[in-house]
Ligand binder design. Structure first.
Ligand code: MLT
Length: 270
């Protein structure tokens, strides 16, 4: 059963979803989604584990729209998560995220490596944005300010979902669209600034001394398999799982295979 709860971080009401009981696993969502993207994994928590999936600042149904909702940097997101862990009396956890959630995982690692007992990097990468990537973010900020979140959904959906999911899973397409369209313009624009300004995390890889699961959809066009192979080479105790038929949102597109890979990893990391 998935529980929904709230904590106040700063002056913001923050929602988190939670399921299971035992050693904690913190799951950080991608852009421009929210904690609901982790529901398939929250429905499949292995015995002895507690999954916690928070909404990042500005995201999710509890978020108040407005300029104060917008994060300035990925470090702001990471700082919020440290407060959340403190509030939940979680000293150490397996910590990971998908895509932007992976970038925030790296920021959290730089800030508080002692809070980790393992790391999960799904459909993500370590380098900073390229100049072309930053230009793309600038254009998307203009797009969302001019035309709203629906225009961002139109642009991103074909890249977020693999071809097979887009063709055969209309309910997933509308679920992802709904998550994007429910996000405020200020949260989307703020996160794009934060993503654009994020540092290169590649130098951190050699310092990751915990077990690491790297997982990626074979059809991911935003962070292709080669990005995950680079993470796998850079982290000493890592294993790489490539999910056939899935795109960038591999946990939603192949929920059973993703959850099995996660459960196998957790069992082996004990
Ligand atoms: C995400 O899924 O979080 C985004 O695609 C991240 C990015 O744009 O780099």
């Amino acid at each position: 059963m998935i529980r929904e709860a709230h904590v106040t971080i700063g002056d913001r009401k923050t929602r988190y979803l939670e399921a299971g009981a035992g050693w904690p696993v913190l799951l950080i969502h991608g852009f421009p989604l929210n904690a609901d993207m982790w529901r398939p994994q929250l429905e499949r928590v292995p015995d002895g584990w507690r999954f916690v999936a928070p909404d990042l600042r500005g995201f999710g149904p509890a978020a108040a729209p407005g300029p104060e909702a917008a994060p300035a940097t990925v470090d702001d997101f990471a700082g919020d998560l440290v407060v959340l862990l403190d509030r939940l009396h979680i000293d150490r956890a397996v910590i990971g995220g998908l895509s932007m959630g992976g970038y925030v995982t790296f920021a959290l690692f730089r800030r508080s490596p002692e809070r980790f007992s393992g790391i999960v990097l799904a459909d993500t990468k370590s380098p900073a944005d390229t100049p072309e990537g930053r230009e793309g973010r600038r254009k998307m900020i203009e797009l969302v300010r001019a035309s709203g979140a629906a225009a961002v959904a139109d642009q991103m959906l074909p890249k977020l979902l693999g071809a097979a999911s887009a063709r055969t899973r209309p309910e997933l397409v509308s679920q992802v669209r709904q998550m994007i369209e429910s996000t405020s313009v200020s949260a989307i624009a703020g996160a794009l600034e934060a993503l654009s300004a994020r540092p290169d995390s590649t130098p951190d890889l050699a310092r990751v001394a915990y077990p690491a699961l790297i997982i990626v959809g074979a059809e991911d066009v935003l962070t292709p398999v080669a990005d995950s192979e680079a993470l796998d080479r850079g982290i000493a105790r890592s294993s790489l799982v490539v999910l056939p038929g899935a795109g960038h949102l591999s946990n939603l597109e192949s929920p059973d295979a993703f959850s099995k890979a996660l459960a196998d990893f957790l069992a082996s990391s004990l």
